[in-house]
Every structure is written in structure tokens, then in C-alpha cells.
Design a protein around this ligand. Structure first.
Ligand code: ADP
Length: 495
């Protein structure tokens, strides 16, 4: 028993723990709300108007009937006074007239004189009796009174009779049936109800389809998002009907295309990384295997192979380091460490550092500064970016060639050009040299220790400074890399 109550508690708690957002999900559905909202806003007023109009119709009809009784009273009052009917004079003509009139409305007319004596009752019941009621007393004061008895569907109207001087000298009490009015009203009401139901059905259908038209594109978009989340980057949506929907679908398709490009480049990057990292490992494996498979290998060969293995380890290390710097810089949250620095000094230091390599290759390096340039920059990163390009200019140069670095500035930007007299880059490769792992000549790049990541790192750094980098080259003539960076760094990117 105790166990049962514990379970009950558990279930109760579980229900209580239901996330608030999921409760009443149906009533947060845009479709349901739009559909119900539009239906209520259109159907309710129409039904309301119909109800108001029908009650107005019937009360108006009763009002008209009262007016008929009043008119009749006006017509007959003179005769009743002048003929002395109220004072006791017998008039069969008037009796018949009253009988006929009340018969018309399936009703009753009672003529009472100022002494409250009933002079004539079309039902014959009260003739000769006295009729002192609240209504008759009120009527004698000169006030007409109307009552509607809904249970009997009858109207009671007291008409005050006055003589030529306006003195009250009697009254006529009419009881008339309204059944004929009710029948007509009911039939009109039925027809109207039929029309209203038809209109309400049409409006409900219109509300349903309108709500569907508005919410269907959102559902289509939601299922497209789900498909993309599952990795279907070929997803496309075509929403038509409204300009906004068309704009939404084309923006969505652009976004999907960009996601696809991103995903393609991610996959390509992953496969390139695996390939690049595997290459030195394969070489090391081959070298180690060939040593292991031989007996009594001379120590010089060992040393030679171990030297090669060492170079492969260095290469692997360089690839990993380059990859790490690239990944770190590509992180969206990574902000450059900006300081105010002298670009002239920065370039002088770079050239000083690369001079031994240049000398080894017999390449002359020149720095030409047109002015002193002080600018905001991340010194370490910019040094890395320019060093990569200058080292390339030496690496891909000819013996006895030259590398010229120039620095200039205007009011807004500073410009660094790195020109060389090297082997040049073929036209079709010029767009791709900034891509990760792209190398024009894989064998040569490998020989010179390249990873194919240098220019990609340089471009990322320049863009991090909100600058631009371009390349111009001619095979066998040389290459020029041009960098343009704003003198003042602002966290908002410029064009
Ligand atoms: P790597 O490490 O191979 O040098 P980079 O990204 O620095 O990689 O350069 C990409 C490729 O662009 C190089 O492999 C090379 O083919 C070409 N390249 C870069 N700079 C020059 C240059 N100054 N002259 C000729 N080719 C160049």
C-alpha cells in the first residue's frame, strides 16, 4: 500500500516536472491560433449581428402592431364618445365593429367607461361588470400601457379614450395575439440562420486555408532546417505566393549554399590534413622498415636514414604548428593583440632575419621605405604574415635573383609590396595559392620544406587587420604580393 502511494507520488512529480514550454503546445501553434482567431473574428460578429437583427425584427413587428391598435383606437374613440356608447347607449354597429377588429388579430377588446364599468367585452364575459386593475387605473390617468406576455405570445394594450376637450372618459383594453408575427419571424429567422451557417462555414474554410497558407511555408522551412541538420546540404526550398516568402526562401537557399561550401571545404580540409600528416609518417615507416629488413647495416647508412627520419619529424612538426596557428586564427572569437608599432622597424627586422637564407640562395634582399609608417597592428602576427611571403619570395627564386620589399602609406592605409624575380605563379594557380595546402609544384614545395599553409596563414592575418592581399605574377619573370591595411584598427570591419 505504501509502495503504491510512493509510485503515485512519483508519477505526480513526473507530471509536474513536465517542461512549461511543452504544456499547451497546441495552443501555441501559430496555425491553430490564426485559424481560431480568424474564425472567431469573422464568425462571431456575423452571428452577433444576426441575433441582434432578428430580435430587432420581432420587437419592431410588435411595435407596429401596437401602432395599429393605437390607430384603431384613434378611429373608434370619437364614435364611442359621440354616440353616448360609454354612457350606456347600445350600438350593435360599434359592437360588431369591435368584434370584427379583435377577430382580425385573434384577440379581445374590452371597452370601459370612466366609472370603470365594462361597456362591452368582445368575449362577452365582463360586459356589465366593473374592471378596476392597475392598468385600467393607469389608463384613466391618461397614460397608454403596453405589455407583452411571452408565455401566451400576446400583447395587452390599454388605449385611453378622451372627449373633444381632452378629458379622459374611458379606455379600451386590447388583447391581441402575436402568433402570426412569431410564425413569420421564425420562418425569416430560419432562412437567415441557414444563410449565416453557410457564411460561417465559408468563413471557417477561408480561415483554415489562409492560416494554412501563412503557416505552411514555416513548416516547410522547419522541415528543411531538419534535413540540413541531418546533413542534406542539397536541400532547396521554393516558397511562392508572397514576396516576403520568396525573399525568405532565396535567403535560405543562399545560406544553405554557403553551408554546403563550408562543409565541402571542411571535408576537403580534413582529408588534406590527414593526407599531409600521413606523408611524413609513411616516409618514416619506409625508412625504418628498410633499416629493419637489412642485417649488418653500416653505421653511415644508419646515420643517413636517421637524419632523413629526423627531417620527416621536423616536417610533421611544422605542419602541426602551421595547422595550429591557422586553426587558432580562424576562431571567430580570436581578436588580434593590437598595439601601435613602427611598420618600418617590423619590416627591417624581418629582412634581417631572412638574410642568411637569402644569402644561402644567393638572393639579394632590399627594403625600400617611402615614409615612416606608424600603425595599429598585432606585431607578432603581422611579422608572421610578411615573413611567410618574404620566405616564399626567396624559396621560389632563382640563384642570383632579388626580393624587394617596399613600404608606403596614404592617409588611410599603409601598403607593403613584396616583389621577387622568381619562378612566378601560373595564371590559373594565382587564385588558389591562398587555399590551405595548395601548392603549385608539390615536389618542389616539399623539397623546400613547404606545407602549403603559409599563404593561407598570411591571408588570415591580413584580413584579421581588416586588410587585403593580392598577388600578381608572371611565370619565369617574378611575383608581387601587395598588402593594404588600414593605419587605424577598428573592431568594425571596413570594406
Ligand atoms: P608553401 O609552404 O608550399 O610555400 P604557401 O602557402 O606559402 O605554401 O604557398 C603556396 C604555393 O604558392 C607554394 O607552394 C608555391 O607553389 C606558390 N608560391 C608562393 N609564393 C610564391 C612565389 N613568391 N613565387 C612563386 N610561387 C609561389
Amino acid at each position: 500500500m505504501k509502495e503504491k502511494s510512493e509510485n503515485l507520488k512519483l508519477f505526480k512529480n513526473k507530471k509536474d516536472r513536465k517542461p512549461a514550454g511543452r504544456r499547451g503546445k497546441k495552443f501555441r501553434s501559430m496555425f491553430v491560433l490564426m485559424f481560431l482567431g480568424m474564425t472567431l473574428l469573422t464568425v462571431v460578429p456575423i452571428v452577433g449581428i444576426q441575433l441582434f437583427y432578428s430580435s430587432y425584427l420581432i420587437s419592431n413587428a410588435r411595435q407596429n402592431r401596437v401602432q395599429v391598435l393605437k390607430d384603431y383606437g384613434d378611429n373608434i374613440a370619437g364614435e364611442l364618445v359621440n354616440s353616448g356608447y360609454l354612457d350606456g347607449q347600445i350600438s350593435e354597429l360599434l359592437d360588431t365593429e369591435l368584434q370584427d377588429f379583435s377577430g382580425l388579430y385573434n384577440g379581445r377588446a374590452i371597452v370601459v367607461n370612466s366609472a370603470y364599468e365594462v361597456r362591452f367585452d368582445t368575449y362577452g364575459v365582463l360586459t356589465g361588470h366593473y374592471l378596476v386593475t392597475e392598468d385600467s387605473v393607469t389608463a384613466m390617468t391618461g397614460e397608454d400601457k403596453t405589455h407583452y406576455y411571452s408565455s401566451a405570445d400576446k400583447l395587452a394594450f390599454t388605449y385611453t379614450i378622451r372627449d373633444d376637450e381632452g378629458n379622459v372618459c374611458g379606455m379600451i383594453l386590447f388583447y391581441v395575439s402575436c402568433a402570426d408575427l412569431t410564425v413569420t419571424y421564425k420562418s425569416i429567422n430560419h432562412t437567415m440562420m441557414g444563410i449565416i451557417v453557410a457564411i460561417a462555414c465559408i468563413l471557417t474554410l477561408i480561415s483554415y486555408f489562409t492560416a494554412r497558407k501563412f503557416t505552411k511555408p514555416l513548416q516547410t522551412m522547419a522541415s528543411s532546417f531538419n534535413r540540413i541538420a541531418e546533413g542534406h546540404f542539397d536541400e532547396k526550398v521554393e516558397l511562392s505566393g508572397f514576396t516576403e516568402m520568396e525573399q525568405l526562401s532565396s535567403a535560405f537557399n543562399v545560406m544553405v549554399e554557403q553551408l554546403k561550401a563550408l562543409e565541402d571545404s571542411r571535408q576537403e580540409f580534413v582529408s588534406n590534413v590527414s593526407h599531409e600528416l600521413k606523408t611524413p609518417l609513411t616516409s618514416m615507416k619506409v625508412l625504418a622498415d628498410s633499416l629493419n629488413s637489412q642485417e649488418n647495416v653500416p653505421v653511415e647508412i644508419y646515420q643517413d636514414f636517421m637524419h632523413d627520419i629526423g627531417s620527416e619529424i621536423d616536417r610533421e612538426n611544422k605542419i602541426i604548428n602551421d595547422l595550429l596557428s591557422l586553426v587558432r586564427m580562424n576562431k571567430t572569437e580570436s581578436e588580434p593583440n593590437i598595439t601601435h608599432c613602427s611598420i618600418n622597424t617590423l619590416l627591417e627586422n624581418i629582412l634581417k632575419r631572412v638574410r642568411p637564407i637569402a644569402d644561402r640562395k644567393n638572393v639579394e634582399t632590399v627594403l625600400e621605405s617611402y615614409k615612416q609608417v606608424e600603425a595599429d597592428c598585432d606585431e607578432l602576427k603581422l611579422t608572421l604574415a610578411v615573413t611567410n611571403i618574404v620566405e616564399n619570395a626567396i624559396k621560389y627564386n632563382i640563384a642570383g635573383g632579388w626580393v624587394q620589399v617596399t613600404l608606403d602609406a596614404d592617409d588611410e592605409y599603409y601598403y607593403i609590396n613584396i616583389a621577387d624575380s622568381g619562378i612566378g605563379i601560373p595564371e590559373e594557380s594565382q587564385d588558389k595559392v591562398f587555399d590551405r595546402f595548395y601548392r603549385v609544384d608539390k615536389a618542389r614545395s616539399r623539397e623546400t620544406g613547404g606545407t602549403g599553409l603559409g599563404l593561407s596563414i598570411s591571408k588570415t592575418i591580413v584580413e584579421m587587420h581588416h586588410g587585403q592581399i593580392k598577388v600578381k605574377s608572371k611565370v619565369d619573370e617574378g611575383t608581387t604580393f601587395s598588402i593594404r591595411i588600414p593605419l587605424v584598427y577598428t573592431s568594425e570591419a571596413k570594406e
